[in-house]
Design a protein around this ligand. Structure first.
Ligand code: ADP
Ligand code: GLC
Length: 460
């Protein structure tokens, strides 16, 4: 089974959020299952590729000149980087002020044209596209191979005013969307299978209210639109071997977390305390409910807890978090930025992990938290619904705490319930153990993707 897997991110080489983790984790596991997967990634000018082959791609004038360089990245083989005008930037998507590059539509349309050219020159059994950055590929091909589109985040569709439509002389109707251009809806219509990253999100987006304006386009795909829950890379996320930690632990030695928590507290300037640490590691966006977390954080004193937030993104959310940290540094610490090693220390050193998302296609962070014995406190949406079981409502199986509504009051209630459970050594141990022992790996999801590939591949 030969697969071309096109993505804008690949962890740890290029990662803004979960797309990078998901791409790397899924591809690695597909390879374990013997699929021959070539990853195609834009060349943002930051990667050190050991090049084996270089070819010029046959792309339309507006997308070129484009070059495909194939080889391996450190520890990751069979990667092709596409060099094309405008792709090389300091950040894949945003400028120094966190604003999207103004030409993102053209940039990723060019990338998609390059993927189309690459696939045309050597057609694989299956073409696997991820998110809007790669979605235009299908509309740019006369006869695309069997294809899967995975939607990691429906909130981003790559829409623009459509000025670019004139650049296409065939099948441009694939991108037309209410007078503008939308590469994602094009691929939703054209891919053989459309997948999103959890079963609950797949149901939510069929409703007008949760469908980001495209619920009808998804509904039109009937049984060819489905949800497959993401996994996490259980080698990268393993508290027994994590190189970012000075103390290692597993299910049977989970009490060692306390020592990691003490170090984490000292690192952020806190003295010894018996209060739980609430961690949060996130992109700062409306999606992640950072504002709700800040509301709740104003009651940390009465809850008897401390909180560390690591995040980057939206300027105004960062400013609000900065103000809260300045006002109550003894309980609330904000580290602005993207910091992989600190993220690992927060997952390991925290007692509770807060993720009050407004919507969540899958969410990897809550799974990472459970893998590290850190009890998640989440809202009841999308992939959070599919991965966290409330320990008050289901004491036998509970793995965390779930806020019934996406409101500050409901999140505060779930957090208070979590703190109460955490204070009981018996309940804390049981909840942690259940979260740690569940199989969060890509094994099962990768098997489901492989079944999909088999279903759509053409007979030889
Ligand atoms: P999303 O893809 O919507 O951002 P996920 O939960 O699926 O959310 O994945 C987020 C990934 O990015 C996780 O691996 C999380 O640990 C990581 N992450 C998010 N923000 C940061 C940050 N500021 N520093 C380090 N890692 C981060
Ligand atoms: C997106 C979603 C997140 C998901 C990730 C990987 O960024 O926001 O929920 O886990 O993609 O699929």
């Amino acid at each position: 089974m030969r697969v071309v897997f096109a993505t804008a991110e690949l962890a740890p080489f290029v990662k803004v959020g979960g797309l990078g983790d998901a791409a790397a984790g899924l591809v690695s596991e597909l390879r374990v299952l013997d699929a021959d997967v070539e990853v195609v990634l834009p060349d943002y000018g930051i990667l050190d590729l050991r090049v084996k082959e270089e070819i010029d791609l046959d792309v339309p004038e507006w997308a070129g000149p484009a070059i495909a360089r194939s080889g391996s990245l450190d520890g990751f083989s069979d990667v092709t980087l596409v060099q094309a005008p405008r792709l090389e930037r300091s950040h894949p998507y945003v400028d120094g002020d966190g604003r999207g590059w103004v030409d993102n539509d053209v940039r990723f349309m060019s990338f998609s044209a390059a993927v189309a050219a690459l696939v045309r020159s050597d057609p694989p059994d299956v073409l696997h596209l991820n998110d809007w950055h790669t979605a235009a590929t299908l509309g740019l091909m006369e006869a695309p191979p069997p294809s899967v589109l995975t939607i990691h985040n429906l909130a981003y569709q790559g829409t623009s005013d459509g000025g670019w439509l004139v650049a296409f002389n065939r099948r441009f109707e694939a991108f037309e969307w209410y007078g503008g251009m939308n590469p994602l809806t094009g691929a939703i219509a054209l891919a053989d299978k459309v997948v999103t990253v959890s079963p609950t999100f797949a149901r939510e987006v069929l409703q007008p209210r949760g469908g980001f304006g495209v619920h009808d386009a998804l509904a039109a795909r009937g049984g060819d639109f489905l949800g497959i829950l993401n996994g996490i890379d259980t080698q990268v996320w393993d508290p027994a071997t994590d190189p970012s930690l000075s103390t290692h632990y597993d299910e049977s030695t989970v009490s060692r977390k306390r020592a990691i928590g003490r170090l984490l507290a000292a690192e952020v300037g806190w003295g010894p305390s018996s209060e739980p640490i609430i961690g949060m590691v996130t992109r700062l966006t409306e999606q992640k409910g950072v504002d709700l977390a800040l509301d709740v954080a104003s009651s940390l004193g009465s809850m008897g807890a401390r909180m560390i937030l690591l995040g980057s993104g939206d300027r105004s959310l960062a400013a609000a978090a900065g103000r809260m940290a300045a006002d109550s540094s003894e309980r609330f610490v904000f580290r602005e930025g993207y910091d992989e090693a600190l993220a690992h220390r927060i997952f390991a050193g925290s007692d509770l992990f807060l993720m009050p998302s407004r919507f969540e296609p899958a969410g990897l962070a809550q799974m990472q938290a459970m893998r590290y014995g850190t009890i998640p406190v989440v809202t009841d949406v999308g992939g959070l619904h599919d991965t966290v079981i409330d320990a008050d409502y289901d004491p036998e199986n509970g793995t965390g705490f779930v806020a019934a509504e996406v409101t500050s009051a409901s999140v505060a209630d779930a957090l208070s319930r979590a703190i109460r459970a955490w204070r009981s050594t018996r309940r804390r141990g049981a909840i942690r153990r259940r979260g740690m022992s569940r199989d969060w790996s890509w094994r099962r999801p990768a098997g489901k993707y492989l079944d999909l590939y088999e279903e759509i591949r053409l007979p030889r």
